[in-house]
Design a protein around this ligand. Structure first.
Ligand SMILES: [Mg+2]
Length: 220
């Protein structure tokens, strides 16, 4: 049975929702933190935690902003409905923060979709008080969650994993997934490493590939 695992920012979501929030709610110096990340001086985990420290907004304001300004790429809802009808697991796998992912899922009628992301805790003022990484390699907690670890868990349960992503942190999942859809930086990295992938700008080709896979299963 297949499983569909997709990255969130710039993949399932048409926007980088983390940056959307930082642009709107963080002190402008967050872009300096991003520069240090881009220069390789910070891990993604440290960049994200440092940048969100600069946010002056509570959880409710950020979640309403996401619902008003973000959206899924076309055909994501159709893909989700097809998966549900065929009892195929479909999940979000992200290095991003759970509360903004859940806000978009809730806003688009996809509340029940499982999310593997960074777990945030909030204080009584609605400010982020703690980050939890439940999907990190035990010997590399400083790297945060690992997408390859999650892909492998699905494979160990017998799933053929379809994975979609766009960024540097998606590449390790692309190395182990069975069918890979990549765009932007991840596509360049797959190209360079000789990993077979299809490109995408929306979820129509993913749905087609999944239907083809199911058709082949049924006729086998
Ligand atoms: Mg992404």
């Amino acid at each position: 049975m297949p499983a569909v695992l997709t990255d969130f920012d710039d993949t399932a979501a048409a926007q980088n929702v983390a940056e959307l929030l930082l642009h709107e709610f963080a002190h402008p110096s967050w872009t300096e933190v991003r520069e240090r990340f881009r220069a390789g001086e910070l891990t993604l985990k440290d960049y994200q935690e440092e940048a969100f420290l600069l946010v002056q907004a509570d959880k409710d304001s950020m979640q309403s902003y996401v619902r008003a300004h973000a959206n899924f790429r076309p055909h994501f809802a159709e893909l989700s409905a097809f998966c549900q009808a065929h009892v195929i697991p479909i999940c979000i796998i992200s290095q991003g923060l759970d509360f903004y992912i859940q806000a978009l899922l809730d806003g688009c009628g996809q509340s029940d979709m499982p999310v593997y992301a960074v777990t945030t805790e909030f204080d009584r003022n609605g400010r982020i008080s703690r980050y939890r990484y439940d999907f990190a390699y035990p010997d590399a907690p400083h790297l945060g969650n690992s997408k390859a670890l999650i892909v492998r868990r699905f494979q160990e349960q017998g799933h053929h994993v379809f994975f979609m992503g766009d960024g540097r942190s998606d590449f390790e999942a692309g190395e182990v997934a069975d069918t890979v859809f990549a765009h932007r930086q991840m596509a360049a990295m797959c190209d360079e490493a000789g990993i077979e992938f299809s490109t995408f700008t929306d979820f129509a080709p993913v749905l087609e590939a999944l239907k083809g896979y199911m058709g082949a299963l049924e006729s086998a």
